[in-house]
Design a protein around this ligand. Structure first.
Ligand SMILES: [Zn+2]
Length: 110
């Protein structure tokens, strides 16, 4: 469906962005796993950075996986339909929330 094209373009751009960022975060992780200097203060900072990087890494991987799932659903033609009631999810909603799987009514628990 042509209506999803701009959503798809946006998601693919984000995907490329994430690929780049995940790459640089992992470089950072590798770096902190190198033999640490004797300086204990520096060690503490490195470990802290490590936690932050790891959290970032998993958040980005999650988003990455979600985007891939959306692109897959677009290809299979199942994107844009509510996973609960099967109704079409308004394109306006999908533009705001590309990962939305439910229509407004189902998502709000009505
Ligand atoms: Zn629904």
């Amino acid at each position: 469906m042509a209506t999803f094209q701009e959503i798809e373009i946006g998601l693919r751009e984000r995907l490329a962005q994430l690929e780049q960022r995940v790459g640089s975060v992992e470089d950072g992780l590798r770096h902190t796993h190198e033999p640490l200097e004797a300086d204990f203060a520096e060690q503490a900072v490195s470990t802290e950075n490590d936690d932050v990087l790891q959290a970032l890494d998993s958040a980005m991987r999650k988003e990455y996986a979600e985007i891939l799932a959306v692109l897959q659903r677009m290809q299979m033609g199942s994107y844009g339909f509510c996973s609960t009631c099967g109704d079409e999810v308004p394109v306006k909603r999908l533009r705001a929330l590309p990962f939305a799987r439910e229509c407004v009514a189902c998502a709000s628990g009505a």
